[in-house]
Design a protein around this ligand. Structure first.
Ligand code: UN1
Length: 503
């Protein structure tokens, strides 16, 4: 029997307005959870509840909040396999990756539990005698967190864990097609000692969420929005929060380039391109978009890359495979549209295209049971092509050539995203030159565009985000606001800029 799931606000189940079924993409039609979707009012009410609960939570000493984060980490670790299996069942992510994703929650908790004993402020010299200046980090208040379903538990933890540690309350709206995974993670978090109302989960569709968020912002009940998803929706969230003079932490799409220099280890580059382009079926925001390969090694690289893709295992995500199915029917439909961007001047070098079936198999895999798609390499991509310029969330990688490093950097930056990037080279001069010129927030040398570690700043520029960073200590600036304290113990009114001490 499939699970029944509804929103939870202030520790209690909230009303649902419509019904939704979250299904297993590896076995189309198999329902994983029946989800009650809430309306805008439930979202706005959750923000009111969160605001109330936040006042008390902020009074809990930060080291004690850190201990709650520690408990969350241990509980998630103890339930890692169960949670990973559910992630695989619900979104078709290969089990090894799903387990890695759960590991990333634990890593995030491990990092932030200690931050509870730091959350440092500063002492700052004053320009006047007998006066002390200090800075404090204060919680922002209520964070509305809206997340995608391709990383249904790890990426939400990047918001939830630091937000809670810093003394904020959270209203979390996960993707409905990953509702069961989100709900299971929510249960582990709240079983670890969070008071009711500090973390709330609301399942709702995009339109109701947007309306509910607007209402909550109008009512003054949301001070920060964390959003992971498309650049298109990110722009709307940014506008909405901006109109209310609040800020958003936006983690959006990517068209992530991989540059292959003539001095690269080509086997390593092929392995990297295979994982970055087709691991997770190309459905990471950090997935490889275009390989920009030096013309002198182009033919050799493409031949080896195509061979590797032909040999890659696609199939049941519980097995030892490079990729399973696409996330959900909605994503499969969109991916089919991306395939129409392939032009007559392009050369598909990877073999078959489209949905894997008995008539269109990948090796001996007929894929008939699920939303499985062929990994596609498109060679001869030009800078004006849609396939070069726009994110294609799914297993499709373009290839183009360059002559000089400057040209490679220009091509890497051309689509206007700026999330992740990578260069394969054995020459540090090329690596540093690329790092300096590329507009991406993340750069890898001789490694995949995807697979960031949980304690480095994660985030992008341009169409990939508004410059905010998640993860590591950098995310503290998203979930706290600096407060300056002036303390004058001179016993007289000293005026800044007017009573500056002279020597
Ligand atoms: C995403 O797809 O939204 O760096 C995030 C990576 C993962 C996170 C991807 N750890 O590829």
């Amino acid at each position: 029997m499939s699970r029944q799931i509804v929103s939870i606000v202030g520790g209690k189940e909230a009303a649902s307005a419509t019904a939704y079924e979250s299904t297993n993409p590896a076995r189309t039609g198999e329902v994983v959870a029946r989800v009650g979707l809430a309306d805008a009012e439930v979202f706005a009410a959750a923000c009111r509840t969160a605001k109330e609960a936040q006042r008390e939570w902020a009074k809990v000493p930060a080291p004690v909040r850190g201990r709650v984060i520690a408990s969350i980490g241990r509980l998630v670790e103890a339930n890692a396999e169960r949670l990973a299996r559910l992630v695989t069942e619900e979104i078709g992510k290969p089990y090894a990756e799903a387990l890695g994703e759960v590991r990333e929650i634990v890593d995030t908790c491990d990092f932030f539990l200690g931050e509870g004993r730091r959350l440092y402020g500063q002492t700052v010299p004053s320009e006047m005698p007998d006066k002390n200046l200090f800075t404090f980090r204060n919680p922002v208040g209520v964070a509305a967190v809206i997340t995608a379903g391709n990383f249904p538990v790890a990426v939400p933890s990047w918001y939830l864990v630091p937000a809670l540690l810093c003394g904020n309350a959270v209203v979390w709206k996960p993707a409905e097609y990953a509702a069961a995974s989100a709900h299971a993670m929510y249960r582990l978090f709240t079983a670890s000692g969070l008071p009711d109302g500090v973390l709330n989960i609301v399942f709702a569709d995009g339109a109701e969420t947007f309306e509910g968020l607007e209402r909550a912002l109008d009512e003054g009940n949301v001070q920060k929005v964390g959003f992971t998803g498309s650049s298109e929706v990110g722009r709307k969230i940014g506008e909405l929060t901006g109109r209310h003079l609040q800020s958003a932490c936006l983690e959006l799409g990517g068209k992530n380039p991989m540059v292959v220099m003539p001095d690269a280890d080509l086997d390593l580059a092929v392995e990297g391109a295979l994982f970055a382009g087709f691991g997770t079926a190309g459905q990471r925001c950090t997935s490889l978009g275009t390989v920009i390969v030096h013309e002198s090694v182009h033919d050799e690289f493409v031949e080896r890359f195509a061979r590797a893709v032909g040999a890659a295992r696609i199939g049941d995500p519980m097995g030892d495979v490079l990729a399973g199915p696409l996330l959900d029917q909605k994503f499969a439909d969109r991916y089919e549209e991306f395939l129409t961007w392939i032009q007559p001047h392009h050369k598909v070098v990877s073999g078959n295209v489209g949905r894997i079936s008995k008539d269109n198999p990948h090796g001996d895999f007929d894929g008939d049971q699920g939303l499985y798609y062929h990994p596609v390499i498109v060679d001869g991509v030009r800078p004006a092509d849609r396939i070069f310029l726009e994110e294609t969330f799914g297993p499709i990688v373009g290839v183009t050539t360059f002559q000089t490093l400057d040209e490679a950097v220009e091509l890497a930056n051309l689509p206007g995203y700026g999330l992740s990037s990578s260069i394969y080279t054995t020459n540090p001069k090329n690596a540093f030159g690329f790092r300096e010129g590329v507009s991406a927030g993340m750069v890898s040398v001789n490694n995949s565009t995807s697979g960031a570690e949980a304690h480095l700043p994660f985030g992008g520029n341009g169409k990939s985000g508004n410059g905010s960073r998640q993860s590591g200590m950098w995310v503290l600036d998203q979930f706290t606001r600096w407060q300056a304290l002036n303390w004058d113990h001179s016993g007289r009114l000293q005026k800044a800029q007017m009573d500056v001490a002279e020597i």
